[in-house]
Design a protein. Structure first.
Length: 83
């Protein structure tokens, strides 16, 4: 079952939505600047930690925003992720 909890990034209408990119030891996650989406990502990361015993290193974690995202929204999202 496909959930719409996380909105990925769309380059053009003909391309698939990009929700994440995985590299050897790095992950990039794309989502909208909405608290609900960020909470969903945090829950997924917590599930991953419980399932694997590995931990996300939030000191090496960055959040990048589009220029149109308001300052209060940026602060809310960073607070939600404890960054």
């Amino acid at each position: 079952m496909e959930s719409q909890a996380i909105q990925g990034y769309i380059t053009t209408s003909n391309d698939p939505v990009i929700s994440h990119l995985l590299f050897v030891d790095d992950t990039i996650i794309f989502c909208g600047a909405k608290e609900g989406q960020v909470r969903t990502i945090k829950e997924i990361l917590q599930d991953y930690e419980r399932a694997t015993g590995q931990q996300v290193n939030f000191t090496k974690t960055n959040v990048l925003f589009s220029k149109g995202v308001r300052t209060d929204t940026r602060s809310c999202i960073n607070d939600c992720l404890d960054i």
